[in-house]
Design a protein around this ligand. Structure first.
Ligand SMILES: [Zn+2]
Length: 171
């Protein structure tokens, strides 16, 4: 159980299968950021659904940084496009960390940017500004909607690709 997800109602939780499909992203996010140019133009990889659990329920009202699923490409693009919002320096070695998840609550306004560094450090940077970060992510998703619609139209019924398939392609 995630320490930050104390607001969340069971009904909003992703299935076990969706969680398992998302886990390789947490482990391999740095590789996927580094190789973004190699896969960002391939629709079936760009639109891999991630279940990052960034949706919260407070007193019956759903409040979301972004609703699950978030497309892999949209998430990575958002982090890259907004270094001031989503990137930070590793507290151990000073290198830039690109997080694999943003977890926060609208009540406190706090967001934890979870990530890991090449040096082995793993953890999160706590920042304030829940609203502005949710807005940036939702704008990126909105910007990608047209491309997604076109992809779905050209590939009706296509099964979503997985992180593992993408990693296999990159080797
Ligand atoms: Zn480091």
């Amino acid at each position: 159980m995630d320490k930050n997800n104390f607001f969340k109602k069971d009904a909003l939780r992703p299935t076990e299968e969706q969680r398992l499909l998302t886990q390789p992203f947490y482990a391999q996010a740095n590789e996927l950021y580094t190789r973004f140019n190699d896969w960002k133009d391939i629709d079936r990889f760009y639109f891999i659904p991630l279940y990052l659990e960034m949706t919260y329920c407070i007193a019956g009202l759903v409040s979301e940084l972004a609703p699950d699923p978030v497309w892999l490409g949209s998430f990575v693009q958002c982090t890259i496009n907004h270094p001031e919002l989503f990137q930070y320096k590793c507290p151990k070695c000073g290198k830039t960390v690109l997080p694999y998840r943003y977890v926060g609550t609208p009540m406190s306004g706090r967001v934890d940017l979870e990530g890991k560094c090449e040096c082995g450090w793993e953890g999160y940077e706590m920042v304030s500004g829940w609203f502005i970060r949710g807005e940036a992510l939702r704008e990126q998703i909105a910007a990608d909607k047209f491309r997604h619609g076109k992809y779905k139209l050209l590939h009706p019924g296509a099964k979503a690709a997985t992180i593992d398939e993408l990693l296999a392609e990159l080797i």
